[in-house]
Design a binder for this molecule. Sequence first.
Ligand code: BJW
Ligand code: ZN
Length: 242
Amino acid sequence: MKMFDNVSQKLINSKKIVFVTGAGISQESGIPTFRGKDGHWRKHDPMKLATIDAFFDDPSLVWEWYEDRRKNILSAKPNDGHFAIANMEKLRDVIVLTQNIDGLHQRSGSTNVLELHGSIIRIKCTHCSFSDNITDNFESLPPKCTCGNILRPDVVWFGEALPQDIWKNAMEEASSCDIMIIAGTSLVVSPANTLPIYAKQNGATLIEVNPEKTMMSNDMDLSIQDTSANILPKILSVLKNE
Ligand code: BJW
Ligand code: ZN
């Protein structure tokens, strides 16, 4: 396929493909991004919703935002981009390093997914070590732990460290792939935006899929300005040598 000319042989010869994904990959499933034109951060101040201080200032407000998002996410379906990645597992070693908390990669069939920023279907206590999946609607917000303290969504907010075991694995996977495909992320949030650098240091080929240019587009071997649901199935076809 013409658009993959300079990387198609690398794709065909590859053994291990690592994806770095962000909100844009779920945009075609009806889930808003953060910084796009209908993005959350165009309507809300991130410092009032996505920090631990904001949460303790107004836990009900933050919980209402996450509950609205959780309902939207649970009614959404994976799109052709997610399914293309899942289908690549039949052909190559595939690892997905996602900043998304929506679980759509797993629901599309991907089995090697590292959730860098947590998951919207999990809760954890702000005080003790309790954590669990959310299985039902809450009677009132904010929900309380049996220890008496409030529960929070098990996601990573600004100023918080990523889960250390997951981050360590993510760096190792990024450092040992032949191909890294960066899809649907603005690459403005650290430390996730350093993963392409680890891959590049190992000599990997970097391919970006995003309708907009990002700060790292010029560092890519190929940067395709189109949506992930359009392009990832085409990359799957190249891998199948179709
Ligand atoms: C399409 C498409 C289609 C559209 N197809 N593409 C100054 C002050 C305070 C902190 C910092 C600072 N400077 C740096 C920091 C660090 C901070 C940071 O990076 N901030 C930047 C904003 C500057 N990072 C952190 O704080 C991180 N932690 C940390 O650094 O810890 C250090 C530490 C170490 C040890 C101890 C203690 C601390 C944590 C970051 C947590 C991010 N959390 C959020 C919200 C929680 C999860 C949730 O509720 O969902 O995570 S913020 C939000 O941004 C969310 C996302 O995962 C993340 C990344 O966004 P993403 O996915 O890239 O989305 P967008 O909207 O930005 O981009 C979408 C893209 O898709 C666009 O490019 C579109 O064009 C494209 N697109 N349609 C393909 N169909
Ligand atoms: Zn507790």
